[in-house]
Ligand binder design. Structure first.
Ligand SMILES: [Zn+2]
Length: 830
């Protein structure tokens, strides 16, 4: 049965009005299945008509509609027909459901550290029917009442507050406010918990027992960010937090960063940092906490009517996540992280063939929805909203937002509703703005033209080569040793679509460097005048403002991708200027691009080792430099590990693993030890004895992930064969182990043998698609042979895309990788 189509959803929503769900789950029936009993009460606008309910059971035991038994054999795929509905209906469904190993439905995880079992439900976008029978579409909201039968000693948390103290082996939850089915969750197991409270809201933090120490260590910061974010959101929004208690559960093997289930957000438990985090990791986590909290309003209180308006959830949560983190927590540089790390995700997506408008992404079925959780819906949408706020001003923007909440609370909305509220509040032509910014795709370019007479600046202009108006700052910089410093109050200019605007204020200042999009208020590629670029190549690290440095590093990245700057020139920038960079997220972004993209695919294979040596050198200068903060050293350490290929460097890695040679303040924490081991394994310098010792030293899920990557990185034919077999065998590996194995796989191996795997990859990928979207994303992205940017790989990928029966998820991931492969070819040819 295909995924729900938009046309079907519209019809069903016009017919049904769901009054309530009463769900009973029994998770005491062993490792494979759980019991799921659901009573749905719902009205039908046209009595006598038919509809259907969604469920994906192992076995449908019983279904009773208005006292009339339905034949379980009538279950057709994931749908059960509901014939002859009354004005008011009651449907009872009793079923056995299967636990998930891929975090799609009710995920069951056994902790290798202590054998304890944990569960959590992950229902977005259309996985709720794997947990309970429901009308699974965002605009059929209803209150949910949940009860769970549990093994002895377990705790459980869910969307509703615990109802009463509960008894051993059983937990009831209070009825929720009306919520969409994709937002349902329950989290259960012998959890370790930390309780708190803020402003009348009960708070809870939860994790598996083997992470109790990490949870206790992190609890202060997690609560601090949560409290600050609640306070800020309560200042911005007139509606108070609407869902009672606020639990944050850190769970293993999660597919996303976090999920905004009302009352009970699930995070991937890597965010509890078993290994030493940098401040950029902490900043990202703070942003995610704020992002999920913003979702309580954008997404949960008011929900998009259909998946084509995903941006109404994600773009807003993303923009507010960064804004609230920057304004109200200690992570005041959050917007620098956005510029340095997050925007590239969106810029890349916006320049691929699969790009789409921010609003109205064209989603016809839920199967297509999942592919739009992408850089457009998140990074571009957030950036575009920043531009909107710059244009409207805070006051009108939030007045519009508050009117939108008041009108649609506990309901659903679409683009037109949002624009109506904003138009009324601002009196501006928001519809016209939306046509240009939200209904079109692609990225504009803003070019600076500077006329000089010798050293004297005669005129400065910004040329908008795109199709949208931009309100941007233009920064003028001059050297005030040791800094390239901007004059305060960089002028803001409105540059119409296709227009050219002079900036006379900058002529007075006689700048050496002119930077468009100063302050990063818009979504655009930039191009500097030649003299300014010269200043960047000589003095990038001396630019005083961290946000501008992030923009300029990103600009250099863009030039490489467009074939306008040789990859080797980018590495020269890294060599010269990375040592002077003080913002951790920028250092991490530059090192990752230099290793994975510049050396990993833009340089020809025979030049990769030399390219990596440059990165390794730059990372080591930062790692061992004087006056470098522990945070920067920690970021440099990862870069140094990832770029080590030379004999001397590998010997150094072995010394670091043995506890020798690292500067004070940094350490090879468990995750980085496995990064080092994977690099050594790829060069035949580490194998089972080393892996075994490391697994014994620090057992657990993280070690198993690290070992999977390191084993797949070994060059021997039997290591490759085992890794391949495990990745392509159904149910053998969890998603995280598939990803780790994929990450290791292409790091070594005889050329002919690996070429054969490139061919097998495209031949076997189609068959793997039946294992679900999560597996497709892991294999399609992480195992894609991106280092092989050859005509043959392009041909094989094209052929794969022409095959019959591709799922939307597979088509998207292979299409995007093929786009990137062609880009890599163009860069090499340039
Ligand atoms: Zn989100």
């Amino acid at each position: 049965m295909p995924a729900l189509q938009r046309t079907e959803a519209i019809l069903r929503a016009s017919l049904l009005d769901v009054r309530s769900y009463t769900i009973d789950l029994d998770v005491t029936r062993g490792p494979d299945v759980f019991g799921s009993t659901t009573v749905i009460r719902f009205g039908c606008a046209e009595p006598g008509s038919d509809s259907f309910v969604d469920l994906e059971p192992v076995e449908l035991r019983r279904a009773v509609l208005n006292g009339r038994p339905l034949d379980p054999a009538d279950l057709d795929g994931n749908r059960l027909a509901l014939p002859g509905l009354a004005a008011e209906n009651e449907l009872l469904v009793e079923a056995d459901m299967r636990y998930s190993r891929t975090a799609e439905g009710l995920h069951r995880y056994t902790d290798p550290a202590d054998g304890e079992v944990y569960l959590y439900a992950s229902c977005a976008p259309d996985l709720a029917p794997k947990v309970f029978a429901c009308f699974d579409q965002p605009d059929l909201k209803a209150p949910i009442r949940l009860g769970v039968t549990l093994p002895q000693g377990w705790k459980a948390f869910a969307n509703g507050a615990p109802a009463g103290p509960g008894e051993e082996g059983r937990r009831e939850f209070a009825e929720t406010k009306p919520i969409s089915t994709y937002l349902f969750t329950v989290v259960a197991g012998p959890l370790h918990s930390v309780a708190g409270e803020h402003d009348g809201i009960p708070l809870g933090l939860h994790a598996r027992r083997s992470l109790a120490a990490e949870l206790e260590r992190e609890a202060d910061e997690l609560f601090e960010v949560t409290r600050a974010s609640f306070d800020r959101l309560h200042e911005l929004f007139e509606e108070r937090y609407p869902f009672g208690e606020y639990h944050q559960a850190f769970m293993p093997e999660f597919n996303w960063g976090a999920m905004e289930n009302p009352g009970c957000v699930v995070f991937r438990d890597e965010m509890l940092f078993r290994s030493t985090p940098t401040d950029a990791d902490r900043e990202s986590r703070a942003m995610v906490i704020c992002h999920e909290m913003a979702h309580m309003w954008f997404g949960d209180l008011v929900t998009m009517k259909w998946w084509d308006d995903l941006w109404l959830n994600e773009s807003f949560a993303e923009m507010l996540g960064y804004r609230v983190a920057a304004e109200s927590t200690r992570f005041t540089l959050a917007w620098v992280g956005f510029a340095a790390r997050r925007k590239a995700w969106g810029y890349d997506a916006d320049q691929r063939g699969s790009t789409h408008p921010v609003a109205g992404n064209g989603t016809r079925s839920v199967a297509e929805a999942v592919v739009n959780f992408d850089g457009i819906s998140y990074a571009k949408g957030a950036s575009v909203l920043r531009q909107l706020v710059a244009w409207l001003g805070d006051e009108a923007f939030f007045a519009g937002i508050n009117a939108y909440f008041a009108r649609h609370r506990y309901g659903n909305a679409e683009l037109a509703d949002f624009l109506a509220a904003l138009g009324e509040a601002s009196g501006k032509d928001v519809h016209g703005w939306a046509e240009q910014w939200l209904r079109t795709s692609g990225v504009d370019t803003l070019r600076v033209e500077v006329e000089r007479d010798g050293a004297k600046v005669r005129s400065v202009a910004v040329v908008n080569e795109g199709s949208r108006p931009h309100l941007v700052g233009v920064g003028g910089y001059a050297m005030v040793e040791p800094y390239l410093r901007a004059w305060p109050g960089a002028p803001a200019v409105e540059v119409p679509a296709g227009g050219r605007v002079l900036v006379p204020a900058l002529v007075e200042d006689q700048p050496e460097l002119v930077v468009p999009n100063h302050g990063d208020l818009t979504w655009a590629k930039i191009r500097l005048d030649e003299a300014s670029w010269q200043v960047v190549t000589e003095s990038l690290a001396q630019v005083e403002d961290g946000l501008t440095r992030a923009l300029l590093w990103d600009h250099a990245r863009d030039l490489v991708r467009d074939g306008e700057l040789a990859p080797a020139e980018y590495l020269r920038l890294v060599e010269r200027h990375l040592g002077g960079e003080t913002v951790v997220s920028t250092v991490e972004a530059v090192l990752a691009f230099a290793v994975n993209d510049v050396a990993g695919r833009y340089l020809a294979p025979e030049r990769r080792a030399a390219g990596l040596a440059v990165v390794a050198g730059a990372a080591r200068s930062l790692l061992f430099g004087a006056d470098v903060t522990p945070n920067l050293r920690q970021a440099a350490l990862r870069g140094a590990l990832e770029s080590s290929v030379g004999e001397a460097e590998l010997a150094e890695l072995q010394a670091w693993l043995a506890g020798d040679g690292l500067p004070g303040g940094v350490s090879l924490s468990p995750e980085l030890r496995w990064v080092a081991l994977a690099r050594l394994a790829a060069r035949g310098r580490a194998g089972e004895p080393e892996f075994g010792a490391e697994l014994a030293r620090d057992p657990g899920t993280e070690a198993e992930v690290g070992a999977a990557r390191a084993r797949a990185a070994r060059p021997e034919p039997d290591a490759k064969a085992r890794a391949w077999q495990a990745m392509f065998t159904d149910g053998e590996l969890s998603n995280h182990l598939i990803r780790a194995t994929a990450e290791g796989f292409w790091r070594s191996g005889a050329e002919e043998q690996q070429q054969e795997y490139v061919r097998r990859y495209f031949a076997e990928l189609l068959g793997a698609a039946r294992r679900g979207d999560a597996v497709v994303r892991m294999l399609g992205h992480f195992l894609f042979p991106r280092g092989y940017a050859t005509a043959e790989t392009v041909r094989l990928a094209e052929e794969c895309l022409r095959a019959d029966g591709l799922t939307p998820a597979l088509r998207r991931v292979i299409g995007d990788e093929l786009d990137d492969l062609r880009r890599a070819q163009r860069v090499r040819e340039a």
